[in-house]
Structure formats: structure tokens, C-alpha cells
Design a protein around this ligand. Structure first.
Ligand code: FAD
Length: 325
């Protein structure tokens, strides 16, 4: 393992100042459950680790304008156990409980989960110089791609691994970024960027910025949410495909619906065509099939991952059934 230094900033401003000075060589650490693996394997060569645990005010969940503000350093176990999350956004609790293991949920944070790096086996192999690490090839494209994306691949075919991101985006969450010029608020959906923007990164964090918190809007009356995650092993596993669905059913009709899938694209993937197909309809199996087909018309499966298109329909059917039951 390479040597690195640790900085323990005492404020968000001190952290952003450090990150501006050392952007090329620095990495942020939150719970460390992902970053330490990258440092140990040599995938990350950071020389300075900026520890957010010493920055006050980044952990915790507080009510805000009828919704919630979730600090980036909030542990996933605390998100899953929060009474307001369970009451108002049960799909978010499902997503939190679906991820990793109790030990990882105890150590891992919301910010770390949203900013974790992809699990692509070529990216994680320190011997392989793929495009994400500055090389010229995506080895998954013509290689082993069972776990790779079916939407949005553009010279890099990773999938975004976070279980929290699709549900938070589906709920209309915002991301507050600490930055040298003060806090900046953007939709969480806009926080993520595909390989066509910058293949070496998965989000739009600029030099000196870090994710400070996530804001959830107040739940509309009648809002129902569900998170369905389809895995290979059924436990301690990343999603092959997941569906985060939030909606309102009035008189048997889906008057509002948002659908964001995980495991299918380099970013959490909004299924806009499926939303449009289901809005204003009752959620029969035929309507969900037609909605999935509308969205899947844009899919480009690779040699080994065509099965994911069946899983998109299966996850969607289960999630829509859960909010309309
Ligand atoms: C065996 C295993 C199974 C897993 N299964 C799942 C799963 O099923 N679903 C799932 O969603 N996740 C899964 N994970 C990932 C796990 O949830 C993440 O490791 C964890 O959420 C990361 O949180 P952390 O606080 O430890 O982040 P860290 O390891 O500290 O950081 C992760 C990354 O995010 C960056 N970062 C951290 N915080 C911030 C911030 N506030 N602003 C900007 N950048 C930041 C770091 O620089 C680093 O690149 C699994 C991990 C393992 C090891």
C-alpha cells in the first residue's frame, strides 16, 4: 500500500480550501468502506486523504420545510432507522436496508454511498488501464460484461452501484455541494454525469467541492414509494437491476409517477418513457409491460447482459404493484 497523509479539517471551509490546493492528489474519506479498498489495491493513488469526520455538522437528519435534510456523513444504519424516513419515504428505508451488510451500513455514510466508485472488474483491477483510469479502451465492451450497462454506455460501460441514489432521485432530492464560493444546490439527478461528460468521473463535483447534504422535499399527500432490488445472490450483493418508484394513485389511476432504475446505466437511470406511458393509467400488468417496452426500446445490451432487459420489467412490475396495492 502506498503511503498517504491524512488531513483533518475542522470546518467545511477548511476542507474545501484543502481540496482546492490538492485536488490532483487528494481523496475524501467518509466511512472508508470503499476508498480504503481502492487505496489498498492501488486503484487510488491519492497522497492526501481529507477526512470529513472532523468537519462538524455533516451528520444527522433534520426536518426542513416539511421534508428532510440528510447530512452527507449520516451513517446508512441511521438513515434506515430514522422514524421520519420510515414513515414518509418507506422506499428509501427499503433501499438503505437492501445495501451491503450490517457492518458496512454501520460504517458507510450517505455521501460515501452516493459518491462510491463503480464496481466494474476492469476498473477495480489495478493491472488494467481502462478509460476510466486514463487508458484508451473499455475492456468490458468486447470482454466480460455480464454486470455492465444496457443504457447510456458511451465508451465506458459501468453501472452506477448506489442503491440510495435511484430512490433519492425518484423522490426529487437535491444535493448541496460545499464549494470554495459557498454552498451550491442542484437536483441530485444533475449531480451525476455519464461517461460522455468525463469518463474518469461519475459526478459533477468540481475542484474543491464535496457533497455536504441531501434535501428531500415534503412528501405530497398520498405519496407511495417502493424500492425493488434484484440481485444474483439475494444478500450482500449489488443490484443487477433495481427500480425505485414513487407515485400517487387516485381512484385507481397513477396520477403521478417517477421511475429511476439502478444497475442499468453509468448513472441512476430515469425511465422517462415508462413514466409517460404509465401516467394517467391504472397499473395493470399489460400497462407495466408496455411502459417497460417503451423504455427498453432505447436499451443496447452487450453480449452477456441481455438478461437485464427482462429484469427491468420484473423490477418495475413488482415496484409498481407495491405502490398500487
Ligand atoms: C462488500 C460490499 C458490498 C456492498 N454492497 C452494496 C450494495 O449492495 N449497494 C450499495 O449501494 N452499496 C454497496 N456497497 C458500497 C457501500 O455502500 C459503500 O462502500 C459505502 O456506502 C461508501 O460509504 P463510505 O462512507 O464508507 O464511503 P468512502 O469509502 O469513505 O468513500 C467512497 C467514495 O466517495 C467519496 N466520498 C465520500 N464522501 C464524500 C462526500 N461527502 N463528498 C464527495 N465525495 C465523497 C470518496 O472520496 C470515495 O471515492 C458495498 C460495499 C462493499 C465493500
Amino acid at each position: 500500500m502506498r503511503e498517504f497523509k491524512i488531513a483533518e479539517p475542522a470546518s467545511a471551509d477548511a476542507a474545501t480550501a484543502l481540496l482546492v490546493e490538492t485536488a490532483e492528489t487528494a481523496a475524501i474519506i467518509a466511512g472508508g468502506t470503499d476508498l480504503l479498498d481502492e487505496l489498498k489495491s492501488g486503484v487510488s493513488a491519492a497522497g492526501l486523504i481529507v477526512d470529513l469526520r472532523t468537519v462538524p455538522g455533516l451528520a444527522g437528519i433534520v426536518p426542513e420545510r416539511g421534508g428532510l435534510r440528510i447530512g452527507a456523513m449520516t451513517r446508512i444504519v441511521d438513515l434506515a432507522g430514522d422514524a421520519a424516513v420510515g414513515r414518509d419515504y418507506p422506499g428509501l428505508r427499503q433501499a438503505a436496508l437492501s445495501l451491503a451488510t450490517p457492518q458496512l451500513r454501520n460504517a458507510g455514510t450517505v455521501g460515501g454511498n452516493l459518491c462510491q466508485r463503480p464496481r466494474c472488474w476492469y476498473y477495480r483491477d489495478p493491472q488494467v488501464l481502462c478509460r476510466k483510469k486514463g487508458g484508451f479502451n473499455c475492456f468490458a465492451y468486447q470482454g466480460r460484461n455480464k454486470y455492465h450497462c444496457v443504457f447510456g454506455g458511451s465508451g465506458c460501460y459501468i453501472v452506477h452501484p448506489s442503491d440510495l441514489a435511484p430512490m433519492l432521485i425518484g423522490l426529487g432530492a437535491t444535493a448541496t455541494l460545499a464549494s470554495p464560493k459557498g454552498d451550491k444546490v442542484i437536483p441530485l439527478e444533475a449531480f451525476y454525469a455519464g461517461p460522455e461528460v468525463d469518463v474518469t468521473r461519475e459526478n459533477v463535483l468540481a475542484k474543491g467541492q464535496f457533497l455536504k447534504s441531501v434535501g428531500l422535499p415534503a412528501p405530497k399527500p398520498g405519496l407511495r414509494t417502493a424500492y425493488v432490488k434484484l440481485e444474483e445472490r439475494g444478500t450482500w450483493d449489488f443490484a443487477l437491476v433495481s427500480a425505485a418508484v414513487a407515485g400517487i394513485v387516485t381512484g385507481g389511476v397513477l396520477t403521478e409517477i417517477s421511475i429511476v432504475c439502478g444497475g442499468v446505466a453509468p448513472v441512476p437511470w430515469r425511465m422517462k418513457k415508462a413514466e409517460d406511458a404509465l401516467r394517467g393509467k391504472s397499473a395493470s400488468e399489460a400497462a407495466v409491460r408496455a411502459a417497460a417496452d417503451a423504455a427498453l426500446a432505447d436499451a443496447s445490451p452487450l453480449k452477456e447482459n441481455g438478461y437485464k432487459t427482462d429484469l427491468v420489467f420484473a423490477a418495475l412490475r413488482e415496484a409498481v404493484a407495491a405502490i398500487t396495492a
